[in-house]
Write a new protein. Structure first.
Length: 359
């Protein structure tokens, strides 16, 4: 899964949806409540670098067809074999096509092909291929999408959502995470009503893997609404978790509630926006040494990521103390990255004008 890819370096602006963040560990970044679109950005960055090394890019049809071929295997944390490299190049081609825009027929065809590849042409030991395909499937019908309201499109969307729900019950933890994160692209679609109950149940399930609960809490922020009592109460339930090992779930739940403009999370957000508080925080590091997890302090890079991502989540929270803290960070934080992100977040949105409108 892109969230597990390590040592992938790319440049970008952390305050934008498709921002790419820096090492040390992308999986750790996910657990520090990085939004799903950033995870997709990491995947695209890695695939771009591989494409540069490999030479020319395949056509879209070639890439889709080749995704059915067996990929490389996985040894510990390394992707191995030419099959893995080629599939990442093909995956990048698919993403590029999505960015350029597709017709309804192309979306329907691609959704069906991705479902076929997931069900019939991938296995659990092919590196991150299955996880990327789940994210790509979620993105096929991301709004705005031309022809999304056609009857044929509705059937395709339903098949895509049903597939994501199926893989969200996979016995493999990382596959469950990928399927859940892919559901963020359901925002604005009628099928969102099928996704929300599963996400609520996952967040509330104290027996579920922490990373899976974190993924569900992350997605509920963009997908939920302030008047959805079940969503708000599920996130509030998770935010009350008193196990110190689950502090990241508390943080992410507060961040999602902030996106839903719930003012009761202001105290948690003010802590996450406070340099002194961050320097004293300890979180349960399960990534560095999975067999011997332990509490440790946040590095300077991790503190910057938390500050930036908290600012992104809190930008619409109507609480004066939070707004004042955002302004202070944008002006006075010692990190140029944090100041730049703060300035962009606080800047009024630029109104886009239609090309050729004459305005």
């Amino acid at each position: 899964m892109p969230s597990d890819v390590k040592d992938g370096k790319a440049a970008g602006d952390a305050a934008r949806d498709d921002a790419v963040v820096e090492p040390p560990s992308a999986k750790l970044i996910v657990r520090l409540f990085l939004i799903p679109l950033v995870i997709v950005g990491i995947a695209v960055g890695v695939m771009f670098l591989i494409g540069l090394l490999a030479g020319g890019e395949p056509s879209f049809d070639e890439a889709v067809a080749r995704m059915k071929n067996p990929g490389g295997g996985r040894t510990v944390d390394m992707l191995v074999g030419p099959g893995s490299k080629q599939r990442y190049i093909d995956a990048k081609t698919i993403v590029d096509k999505m960015k350029q825009g597709m017709t309804p027929d192309e979306r329907i065809k691609l959704a069906g092909t991705l479902i076929d590849i997931l069900d019939n042409h991938t296995t659990g030991d092919e590196g991150e291929v299955r996880h990327f395909l789940l994210l790509a499937l979620g993105r096929v019908w991301q709004l705005p999408a031309d022809g999304a309201d056609l009857p044929e499109s509705a059937a395709s969307r339903q098949a895509a959502v049903s597939t994501l729900l199926k893989y969200a019950k996979s016995p493999d933890v990382s596959t469950r995470k990928a399927a859940i994160l892919a559901m963020v692209y359901c925002k604005g679609l009628p099928e969102i009503s099928q996704v929300i109950p599963m996400l609520v149940e996952t967040v509330r399930n104290e027996g579920e893997d922490l990373d899976v609960r974190l993924a569900a809490a992350t997605v509920l922020g963009p997908l939920g609404t302030s008047d959805n009592v079940e969503v708000v109460e599920a996130l509030q339930f998770a935010m009350r978790d008193s196990d110190k090992r689950n502090i990241e779930l508390v943080w992410q739940s507060a961040l999602s509630l902030a996106q839903l403009n719930q003012p009761e999370v202001a105290d948690v957000l003010l802590q996450l926006l406070d340099r002194q508080a961050l320097s004293e925080f300890e979180y349960y590091d399960r990534e560095s040494d999975p067999k011997n997890p332990s509490f440790r302090k946040l590095s300077e890079q991790e503190q910057q990521r938390i500050l930036i991502n908290t600012m992104i989540g809190a930008k619409n929270l109507d609480v004066p103390a939070v707004r004042a803290k955002l302004a202070d960070l944008a002006k006075n934080d010692p990190s140029p990255r944090v100041r730049e992100a703060g300035i962009e977040i606080l800047s009024p949105p630029v109104e886009r004008k239609d090309v050729g409108s004459g305005e």
